[in-house]
Design a protein around this ligand. Sequence first.
Ligand code: AR6
Length: 166
Amino acid sequence: MQLELVQGDITRQRVDAIVNAANSSLLGGGGVDGAIHRAGGKAILAECRQLRDRVYPDGLPAGQAVATTAGKLAARWVIHTVGPIYRRGDAETLRSCYRASLRVAAGLGAMSVAFPLISAGAFGWPPDDAIRQAVDVLVAAPNEGTARLVLWQPETHELAQRILSG
Ligand code: AR6
């Protein structure tokens, strides 16, 4: 699919779906998760609680993805995925987050999907490798439409531009 790199706040993106770097509880947290719940309002948390009650009593496993409303955000959906806590050799779980999110997006008919740099904050994944894994999977994805990788820190955005231009 088409890949765009953008520096900024993922909650401000005008896309069909925004991906959240959540944790297994699905009940919120800091970083991009906190920002999405703050900007989207209570409707997102309400759906997350229902998902916990009905589908994921033990939480959403790392590498999987599930959608809720986007509440007050411009997007139609938030796709929650749980990245792995950094551990050398666990890139497959990180890559699975991008793939699983895109499968959910395709099922919803979302043509534009914004991603944060999953696992590269509180979960400690080195940004350069996190970018490489994300770019690799997104560029090769069979989805129609556009994936937008949204980098919060300007230096991470610059790093991503350098990595993408080879
Ligand atoms: N827009 C785009 N990117 C952002 C934003 C934003 N508003 N805010 C932070 N980032 P993190 P993780 C970047 O920690 O590593 C939460 O507490 C940030 O600079 O949000 O997957 C969850 O509940 C970094 O590059 O997610 C989990 O417990 C990237 O988003 C845990 O943190 C990811 O950082 C998940 O950790």
